[in-house]
Design a protein around this ligand. Structure first.
Ligand code: AMP
Length: 194
């Protein structure tokens, strides 16, 4: 994977473990020549990961809607900053640039971006890995909700299994590197049975 989108909080949270993990992820990206594509803000966990990568001379591409341009939140040192007309266009642009997605701790914005990426995978519009960096078990309740969806017949187990989860950066990136989308499995199976 050459470029990965990271969705994470525009806040830093109350526990310093989140910002520490964001910085570690930034270090991992720069050491492994992975470019960051993100929401373009200089605040919160998103600002922390971008700053770490830039400090280590890595690549940071921000994609931000015009409406946030005047909000004193735009990262001013990014390698590249792309402005979009709308929030929805930003997500499309991000998806065109990246080979995979990682979500870290965050709020509504983070969950919105995470579930949009999963929905694209579910509909086979994309076959890119989607991972959660589950620092401090932050997403444990979200994962339980997904299991409830499967149990109650609203989500297929195979689609639930698209979501890769780890508390450890190396482990998560290993899983993402080796990811095979559910529909790709089917394709391999069909070819093998011919
Ligand atoms: P949240 O999780 O609600 O803090 O929102 C963070 C996510 O939504 C990030 O991944 C960004 O892409 C986007 N976002 C929300 N607020 C901002 C902001 N003020 N500046 C840039 N991006 C933001």
């Amino acid at each position: 994977m050459k470029k990965i989108a990271v969705f994470c909080g525009s806040s830093i949270g109350f526990n310093s473990v989140y910002i520490e993990q964001a910085k570690k992820l930034g270090e991992y990206f720069s050491q492994n020549n992975i470019g960051l594509v993100f929401g373009g803000g200089k605040i919160g966990l998103m600002g922390a990961i971008a700053d770490t990568i830039l400090k280590n001379k890595g690549e940071v591409i921000g994609v931000i809607p015009h409406l946030l341009r005047h909000e004193e939140v735009v990262h001013t040192n990014a390698t590249q900053m792309i402005f979009t007309k709308k929030m929805s266009k930003r997500k499309v642009k991000i998806s065109k640039l990246v080979d995979g997605y990682i979500a870290m701790a965050g709020g509504f914005g983070t969950l919105d971006e995470l579930f949009e990426a999963l929905t694209l995978g579910q509909l086979s519009i994309e076959n890119k890995p989607v991972g959660i960096l589950n620092t401090n078990g932050f997403f444990n309740h979200t994962l339980k909700q997904l299991d409830m969806m499967v149990q109650e017949g609203f989500l297929k187990q195979s689609n639930r299994d698209m979501l890769l989860v780890s508390e450890n950066i190396d482990d998560l990136l290993f899983k993402m590197d080796n990811y095979m989308a559910p529909n790709m499995n089917k394709i391999v199976h069909t070819i093998a049975s011919k």
